[in-house]
Design a protein around this ligand. Structure first.
Ligand SMILES: *Cc1c(COP(=O)(O)O)cnc(C)c1O
Length: 223
């Protein structure tokens, strides 16, 4: 890609509805490029590794109005750091992890914003609730009073056609609506974190409120 980060961010930002939050996914992206993204107006950054994020957060301390989003698979032993370092955790993918985060949040006196990661289709390569397990776990999730459950996150399996991806996103939106209509006291379903570089337009069309974009803003990552 020959255009600059500023140009790419400006173009994508203007193509998105104003209500959609653009999260710049900066795993493996150096902090100089993150500063360019910041200068282009980005305030939401997504990272998938606790350790990598920690050193970047230190380097970027002067940019004090960044909101940090954790989007990677979270090991139980990193849960405390995740809560300390991130305002949002998009990848809460099982009840045990939710309960652990809830307990830690209580101890730390914080209320992290979280999304529940769901798998609409079976996918051995991804973590997340399947639909029936999520519905079963809602009463226990509603007891996690120190988590601000905001909505659902999903990543379609690799190799789907556009129309299959569209179905995954539409089903995720409908599931959020179904849960919202159950009127849980401590589960909100206003947010849908879905859409990456290759499928964000489909996601936005299906109702995404947050898109997580890496490659399309910063170029390809080394493998
Ligand atoms: C890496 C990653 C992204 C961004 O992916 P791109 O294809 O580079 O836009 C989004 N969400 C999650 C969970 C990721 O791990």
């Amino acid at each position: 890609m020959s255009s600059s980060i500023l140009e790419r961010i400006t173009a994508i930002r203007s193509s998105l509805p104003a209500s959609v939050r653009l999260i710049a996914v900066t795993k493996q992206v150096p902090t100089e490029a993150m500063r360019s993204a910041y200068a282009a107006g980005i305030r939401d950054f997504g990272e998938s590794r606790i350790q990598e994020a920690a050193s970047k957060q230190t380097e970027l301390q002067d940019l004090s109005d960044i909101t940090w989003h954790f989007i990677g698979q979270l090991q139980a032993n990193k849960a405390k750091k995740a809560i300390e370092q991130f305002s949002w955790i998009h990848s809460v993918d099982n009840l045990k992890l939710a309960q652990r985060l809830n307990q830690l949040a209580q101890q730390l006196g914080v209320s992290p914003l979280v999304c529940l990661q769901v798998k609409i289709l079976p996918d051995p390569n991804k973590a997340g609730w399947n639909v029936s397990q999520l519905l079963t776990d809602l009463p226990a999730l509603n007891q996690c009073k120190n988590l601000q459950i905001q909505g659902l996150m999903t990543i379609p399996p690799l190799g789907l056609s556009d129309s299959q991806i569209e179905n995954v996103f539409n089903d995720t939106r409908d599931l959020a609506k179904q849960i919202q209509e159950q009127h849980w006291s401590d589960i909100q379903m206003q947010h849908l974190s879905m859409g990456m570089s290759s499928d964000y337009q489909i996601a936005v069309h299906a109702g995404a409120t947050m898109v997580r974009l890496g490659t399309i803003l910063f170029g390809g990552r080394p493998l």
